[in-house]
Design a protein around this ligand. Structure first.
Ligand code: HEC
Ligand code: HEC
Ligand code: HEC
Length: 131
């Protein structure tokens, strides 16, 4: 059996390949567990149903931006009849724990990096850094 060497080498290579996702994740420290997101205290509803927000908050934010920039109108009547001020900083981050604590916890897990914070600051984080 002169083929033993190449077969063993091929086997090792194959095993390395099929187990790649496991040791790669271990090496970069990623886990398969989604992050625990803080829930706003005393609040039941988001500005749209949770399932919709989970899937499409980016679309809603873009609609909000277009509404403000194009028409100047700054109120938004939510699905539950509540009226919110159209503001990423004051409304979204005002109710949720904060950009780092809420938004980016999920974005880091999902591997997305929205560029909004270059201009839209998180007031709670700023207050903390001043203190
Ligand atoms: C280059 C700077 C800049 C970046 C980057 C930026 N914005 Fe804005 N955005 C603005 C400015 C300026 C306004 C107008 C502010 C106003 O009139 O209140 C605005 C308004 C908005 C508004 C409506 C008003 C408000 O205060 O929230 C939303 C929503 C919004 N942007 C969402 C986003 C999102 C989502 C992203 C990332 C995908 C983003 N923006 C990235 C500058 C920026
Ligand atoms: C008045 C408080 C409030 C405001 C304002 C608000 N949210 Fe929410 N948000 C909530 C609550 C409550 C939930 C539901 C949590 C649940 O069902 O466990 C939620 C859920 C979410 C989720 C899904 C989280 C998950 O666990 O999957 C996302 C994403 C989200 N909000 C983004 C936003 C964005 C973006 C804005 C601004 C456009 C916003 N929220 C404004 C209270 C708010
Ligand atoms: C439950 C997880 C989760 C939470 C919480 C969450 N996001 Fe996201 N967000 C995502 C995912 C996943 C994407 C990428 C979706 C895609 O590419 O189709 C995304 C994309 C975005 C985008 C579009 C970025 C782009 O480049 O297209 C914006 C803007 C955004 N999120 C803003 C926010 C803000 C602001 C908050 C906090 C108020 C927030 N998100 C909270 C999961 C989340």
């Amino acid at each position: 059996m002169r083929d033993r060497g190449p077969i063993a080498a091929g086997l090792v290579f194959f095993l390395a390949l099929v187990t790649f996702p496991f040791w790669y994740n271990a090496a970069v420290g990623a886990t398969g567990t989604p992050p625990e997101l803080p829930r706003p205290e005393g609040e039941v509803n988001c500005v749209a149903p949770t399932d919709y927000m989970r899937m499409a908050h980016m679309d809603l934010l873009i609609d909000w931006r277009e509404q403000v920039v194009r028409t100047g109108a700054r109120s938004y009547v939510a699905f539950d009849g509540r009226t919110h001020i159209v503001s990423l900083t004051n409304t979204c981050l005002g109710c949720h724990a904060g950009q780092a604590e809420f938004c980016d916890k999920c974005h880091d897990y999902a591997g997305v990096k929205p560029p909004c914070q270059d201009c839209h600051l998180d007031p709670k984080a700023l207050q903390r850094s001043v203190r």
